[in-house]
Design a protein around this ligand. Structure first.
Ligand code: ATP
Length: 270
């Protein structure tokens, strides 16, 4: 069970330069996660505790997982990821045990960054979720809180959680000593989108007529994940046309396609 729900990666291959925009968020993650791992003595000397847990919140596909992976890479830490939804929906009755395993694996692999995605699945307000009244979900959350209370903050294990549903969270997990540092990760602005286009086309054969600034302006509302999808789709349009060079029109067609498919998924989720 452990192997199927936990993704364990040694120094994941994401660099800070792979993240477009999010300068302030990156800075905060570095101060709150990287610094305590690299220079624990600094916090001692200053006489403050580093934050216990960091919570990244914002819409899907904006780079939350990337931020967590990049900081694990930068600190040569093992990256251990688990999704809240899997903890409670996939292995019913195993949630609390999986949380214990998660911290045990982290201790075996120090230094380690624990990343809990979709934390809302185990930490939703009672009133807002059908499942949160569930005793199993409550036990899973209590186990997480007690693991966090129980360990030495300045150790070699850092915890990052992420959610797209900040409004749904039980405030108990945001208390001091728990996820006491909140970092909002918004959708990129126009400048951010341009940077993300540049990042994802680094290895691509892009024609001279392609203007990332105007693509960034056109693709408003696109998340980082959408921009990545546009780049891949643009390449597909070129291939379909038997070309190896990707033109401006390919990117424009790709944006239309990505937009259409995200409208569809929104309709389905309604
Ligand atoms: P979710 O909430 O859906 O789990 P997330 O915020 O964790 O999403 P990521 O998994 O980090 O999003 O992003 C998905 C993919 O989108 C990344 O692998 C990356 O290719 C691309 N991406 C998203 N945001 C950015 C960004 N700011 N810069 C570069 N690429 C990005």
């Amino acid at each position: 069970v452990r192997a199927r729900v936990m993704e364990v990666t040694q120094s994941p291959e994401v660099e800070y330069e792979d993240i477009g925009g999010l300068e302030d968020q990156l800075q905060e993650v570095r101060e709150t996660v990287e610094m305590p791992m690299k220079k624990p003595g600094m916090f001692d000397d200053v006489g403050i505790e580093p934050p216990s847990g960091v919570l990244l919140h914002g819409p899907p596909g904006t780079g939350k997982t990337m931020l967590a992976k990049a900081v694990a890479n930068q600190t040569d830490a093992t990256f251990i990821k688990m999704a809240g939804s899997e903890l409670v929906h996939k292995f019913i009755g195993e949630g609390a045990k999986l949380v214990r395993d998660l911290f045990e694996v982290a201790r075996e692999h120090e230094p380690a960054v624990i990343f809990i995605d979709e934390i809302d699945a185990i930490a939703a307000k009672r009133t807002e979720s059908k499942t949160s009244g569930d005793a199993e979900v409550q036990r899973t959350m209590m186990q997480l809180l007690s693991e966090m209370d129980g360990f030495e903050e300045r150790g070699e294990i850092r915890i990052i959680a992420a959610t797209n549903r900040f409004d749904m969270l039980d405030r108990a997990i945001l208390r001091p000593g728990r996820f006491d540092r909140l970092i909002e990760v918004p959708k990129p602005d126009e400048e951010g989108r341009e940077l993300i286009f540049q990042i994802h086309t680094r290895g691509m054969n892009v024609a001279d007529d392609v203007e990332f600034d105007s693509l960034a302006a056109e693709a408003d509302e696109a998340s980082g994940a959408d921009v990545k999808a546009i780049c891949t789709e643009a390449g597909m349009f070129a291939i379909r046309d038997d070309r190896t060079e990707i033109r401006m029109e390919d990117f424009q067609n790709a944006w239309e396609k990505v937009q259409a498919s995200s409208d569809e998924t929104e309709d389905v989720s309604k």
